[in-house]
Design a protein around this ligand. Structure first.
Ligand code: CP
Ligand code: NVA
Length: 298
């Protein structure tokens, strides 16, 4: 049994196994021959909003032969103060696996420990491992190997998405750059824990120069809504626009984990130019998460 709690903790060989199986799950979709969750029920606890993660897990569990129970935090006692460790010990006796989207990384780790069932981090304030595994798969679909590619993240470089990217860099042997203003860069402590080729700068042109992938995310992650006004001011230059794309490699792609806010972190023009890649990336959440769950119950 495996948990997927973070990119930091997952070994490189397991990432490789998941990416290879994603290709199989994508190809075999609809064949109903791969049913590793047959007769099993998985819980899905969500303390934050979600479109892609919720739908792709619910459909994925169903397509693997299992049943999913969606548990919005406000509908269960966790939302009224029941402890995560008590919730985990109850669900651990009733369901066979659990997907959790919440704020604190520690809550997902405690759930995994106390429940004793395969537990997936479906986004915390610290990491979004399902997204980054999907993105690696998507990049390899477009370019072949991710090895030695240059991935440049533009925007809030301190949020969950760039942190998970940073932990992937050394494991998958690519260069990761962050273009962000001071105060929104990756903490030094994350860079030293991650190792590998990670560079950050306030200079957008320098970060985009020769990049294979330009990647962005909202400037206002879930939970940061109170800082919206200040963030929009401080991050206003850190946008993927046509001028920035021109500085990347001629065959570079633009990716976005979504949801996107046009006119903020990305222009409408760039978004629509790269919409095929961006929505392939969204669709691939389904295939990747099926491979993740299959790996977890191994
Ligand atoms: N990218 C992503 O996780 O999207 P949702 O917030 O809609 O799940
Ligand atoms: N950084 C964003 C990712 C959304 C998928 C957030 O945490 O809201």
């Amino acid at each position: 049994m495996n948990h997927l709690l973070s990119i930091e903790k997952i070994p490189a060989r397991d990432i490789r196994q998941i990416i290879e199986n994603t290709e199989l799950f994508k190809r075999e979709r609809g064949s109903r021959t791969l049913l590793p969750l047959k007769g099993k029920t998985w819980g899905m606890i969500f303390a934050k909003s979600s479109t892609r993660t919720r739908v792709s897990f619910e459909v994925g569990i169903h397509e693997l032969g299992g049943n999913a129970i969606y548990l919005n935090i406000n509908d269960i006692q966790l939302g009224r103060g029941e402890l995560i460790k008590d919730t985990a010990r109850v669900l651990g006796r009733m369901v066979h696996g659990c997907v959790i989207r919440t704020y604190l990384q520690k809550d997902v780790e405690d759930f995994a420990y106390y429940s004793g069932i395969p537990t997936v981090n479906a986004l915390t304030d610290d990491e979004h491992p399902c997204q980054i595994l999907t993105d690696i798969f998507t990049i390899e679909e477009k370019f072949g190997s991710i090895k030695n590619r240059v991935i440049t993240f533009v925007g809030d470089g301190a949020c969950n998405i760039p942190v998970s990217w940073a932990f992937a860099a050394a494991k998958m042997d690519f260069e990761f750059r962050v273009a962000a203003p001071k105060g929104f860069q990756l903490p030094e402590e994350i860079i030293s824990r991650a190792g590998g080729r990670i560079y950050q700068t306030e200079n957008l042109a320098e970060a985009a120069d020769g990049a294979d992938v330009l990647y962005t995310d909202t400037w206002i992650s879930m939970g940061k809504e109170d800082e919206a006004k200040q963030r929009i001011e401080l991050l206003s230059k850190y946008q993927i626009n046509d001028e920035l794309v021109a500085k990347a490699k001629p065959n570079a792609i633009v990716m976005h984990c979504l949801p996107a806010y046009r006119g903020k972190e990305i222009t409408d023009s760039v978004f629509e130019r790269f919409q095929q890649v961006i929505f392939d990336q969204a669709e691939n959440r389904l295939h990747t998460q099926k491979a993740i769950m299959d790996w977890m119950i191994d």
